[in-house]
Design a protein around this ligand. Structure first.
Ligand SMILES: NC(=O)C1=CN([C@@H]2O[C@H](COP(=O)(O)OP(=O)(O)OC[C@H]3O[C@@H](n4cnc5c(N)ncnc54)[C@H](OP(=O)(O)O)[C@@H]3O)[C@@H](O)[C@H]2O)C=CC1
Ligand SMILES: CC(=O)N[C@@H](CCC(=O)OP(=O)(O)O)C(=O)O
Length: 340
């Protein structure tokens, strides 16, 4: 039987999430990786991706091509899928151009994730110019929004902290187990790859330590609130390791809720979801998820107190492998295709 082959391109392919996407797509049995793009002025244009990422030598040797806005029609000539692994402002401008070429767009940035008046002005520093597209965009939290993902051409792939947090909290909200008028408290630590590939003082080897940042102001707090349907307290931390996010989350349960009900809520949500692993009497560790597309969840209950732990690879389940899950859903492939 002839396989259905779709053609995909990656914009922002030289970045950390872009390179991971390329590595997944070359293994995908139904998708041809048809092009890798960077900015018109990129210092890496013309180089092979494998010249930047040695582990991709002989795996992805395609060149990084400069993408100007004027090139988009030509670039999209026979392309089905565009993945944007670009900064928020860049994605904001590119999404409408690619959608106009009838491609399905999977955007890893935050540019189309949150529908709330004034949100982009306050948290991203720009005024959103495409409210109609923002309204049409589907939030690609793959284990939850799978039906909507199947029906749209604009998927806003969730943020990394948000994926870790929502995956742990949504089953509890869904089952109505969280005490009224309380806020789950999320403390999450990310590896330095969360800041992207570009050099910056804050993420340089001698500067990175273990420190909170964005206290009460991080843009993922309103993203979590909106997609959870209740407010949280969220404190991100930057850690001195390369990859992974561990979120430790405190929740107050309604009076009388039992540990068994909590276990059941997690089972109901994820028993048939192969990329969320429920830990049995033990707790997640970054070493078990880094380099994998899994989210590992563990939890413990003590009276009305619940502590939940969620671990992901920020570049994979927190970005590129979740984008591949969304592509698989959108085009009817098995959810783990090219991921496991
Ligand atoms: N890192 C992470 O853990 C996560 C990242 N994300 C989001 O994913 C997106 C990508 O992140 P990440 O991979 O870390 O970023 P990087 O900074 O590592 O990569 C950004 C890429 O975009 C390219 N680029 C910049 N400007 C343009 C342009 N105008 N046109 C085309 N390409 C351009 C860069 O190449 P060049 O500058 O050479 O052109 C580079 O390839 C961001 O929106 C980020 O917020 C989401 C979840 C997790
Ligand atoms: C460690 C670190 O700096 N992490 C980034 C989040 C990663 C990211 O870029 O994700 P989004 O696209 O979801 O914003 C930050 O705190 O802004």
């Amino acid at each position: 039987m002839e396989l259905l082959m779709l053609k995909a391109i990656i914009v922002g392919a030289s970045g950390y999430t872009g390179a991971e996407l390329a590595n997944f797509l070359v293994r995908h049995p139904h998708i041809e990786l048809a092009g890798l793009y960077v900015s018109p002025g990129s210092l890496d244009k013309g180089k092979k991706l494998s010249a930047l990422y040695g582990h991709l030598l002989g795996v992805v040797d395609l060149p990084l091509q400069p993408l100007g806005n004027a090139d988009i029609k030509t670039v999209c000539a026979d392309i089905d899928i565009v993945i944007l692994a670009t900064a928020h402002e860049v994605s904001h401008d590119l999404v409408p151009l690619f959608l106009a070429q009838n491609t399905a767009v999977f955007d890893l940035s935050g540019a189309f994730r949150v529908q709330e008046a004034g949100f982009y002005d306050k948290f991203y520093g720009f005024t959103h110019q495409y409210p109609a597209l923002l309204e049409k965009a589907v939030y690609g939290l793959a284990e939850w929004n799978f039906e909507a993902v199947k029906k749209t051409d604009l998927i806003a792939v969730p943020g990394c902290y948000t994926t870790a947090s929502l995956t742990a909290l949504k089953p509890l909200v869904e089952a109505g187990l969280i005490k009224d008028n309380t806020k789950p408290t999320i403390n999450a630590t990310s590896g330095a790859s969360g800041t992207g590939r570009k050099a910056s003082l804050a993420s340089s080897f001698c500067e990175v330590s273990l420190q909170p940042y964005g206290v009460f102001t991080h843009r993922h707090k309103p993203e979590i609130d909106q997609h959870l349907g209740m407010p949280v307290v969220f404190t991100p931390h930057l850690g001195s390791f390369k990859r992974g996010i561990l979120a430790s989350i405190n929740v107050q349960l309604k009076a009388g809720v039992t540990a068994q009900q909590v276990n059941q809520a997690y089972q109901n949500a994820y028993a048939d979801k192969p990329l969320v692993r429920l830990m049995d009497g033990t707790y997640p560790a970054l070493k078990n998820v880094v380099g994998t597309p899994f989210c590992d969840l563990g939890w413990a209950v003590d009276g009305e107190d619940l502590v939940a732990f969620s671990a992901i690879d920020n570049l994979l389940k927190g970005a590129s492998s979740q984008a591949i899950q969304c592509i698989n859903l959108r085009f009817g492939f098995a959810i783990t295709t090219s991921l496991l």
